[in-house]
Ligand binder design. Structure first.
Ligand SMILES: Nc1ncnc2c1ncn2[C@@H]1O[C@H](COP(=O)(O)OP(=O)(O)OP(=O)(O)O)[C@@H](O)[C@H]1O
Ligand SMILES: [Mg+2]
Length: 221
């Protein structure tokens, strides 16, 4: 079967000499929900950024749903970020001047979808994450957990097959974190979307199908 995410001997050395990833080869099946763990500085965000086309490796290859990522081709990277993967960040990264609905619909602007379709799609996703009532609220009018739900809806809006979440519950209390994990797991199971989620919390790793552990840029488990 074609892997959801596959890396082959992936390495990333920064200009300052730091080697953040060394020979990382991992395979994640389509529809798997995998936790990425490891100490601070072990290379988790570096790996997530490369998988999401926000950074490029210095060696090795990445395959997303069977297709090789061409890091030197700017257009295909833009396409990757637009259609293949959805990103969820620790800091939510919502646009403060846009409502929840407008934040969710925002990525569709670049796909040139008609306004009404963008609106309906955003409202449908806000419903999915349990926030229909908050569609017209600005981010500062929402709790942290609600903001992260909006960010998850936004990550889904272009129908990616892969969601990359870098410490999505890092700014949330433990009860809200568990709710966010439950939501992501439900979406994973209902829509067979592949999830790779960075987490520090041991109990949250137990929600996942399995764990990949990094240490000093290498896969150790
Ligand atoms: N742009 C950069 N330039 C130079 N070094 C970097 C850069 N980004 C990250 N690093 C270094 O690469 C290593 C891995 O960083 P990374 O952010 O991937 O770790 P992490 O596992 O996500 O840590 P945390 O749990 O603290 O978020 C660290 O030593 C970091 O200092
Ligand atoms: Mg990080």
């Amino acid at each position: 079967m074609t892997a959801g995410i596959r890396t082959e001997s992936l390495s990333r050395q920064f200009a300052n000499g730091v080697c953040a990833l060394r020979d990382v080869s991992v395979t994640i099946a389509p529809g798997e929900f995998v936790a990425l763990v490891g100490r601070s500085g072990s290379g988790k965000s570096t790996l997530m950024n490369i998988l999401g086309g926000l950074d490029s490796p210095t060696a090795g290859s990445v395959y997303l749903d069977g297709g090789k990522v061409e890091y030197r081709d700017r257009k295909s990277l833009i396409n990757l970020r637009r259609t293949q993967v959805g990103f969820v960040f620790q800091q939510f990264n919502l646009i403060p001047t846009l409502t929840a609905r407008e934040n969710v619909a925002y990525p569709l602007l670049f796909n040139y979808r008609p306004a009404e379709e963008r609106r309906d799609r955003a409202l449908g996703l806000l419903d999915l994450v349990g926030l229909s009532e908050r569609a017209d609220h600005l981010p500062h009018e929402l709790s942290g957990g609600e903001q992260q739900r909006v960010a998850i809806a936004r990550a889904l809006v272009c129908s990616p097959r892969i969601i990359l979440a870098d410490e999505p519950t890092g700014n949330l209390d433990s009860k809200t974190s568990a709710e966010i994990y439950h939501l992501m797991r439900t979406i994973n199971q209902e829509q067979a979307i592949t999830f790779l989620v960075v987490t520090h919390e041991r109990e949250l790793a137990s929600y996942c199908d399995r764990t990949i552990q990094l240490r000093d840029g290498m896969v150790v488990a």
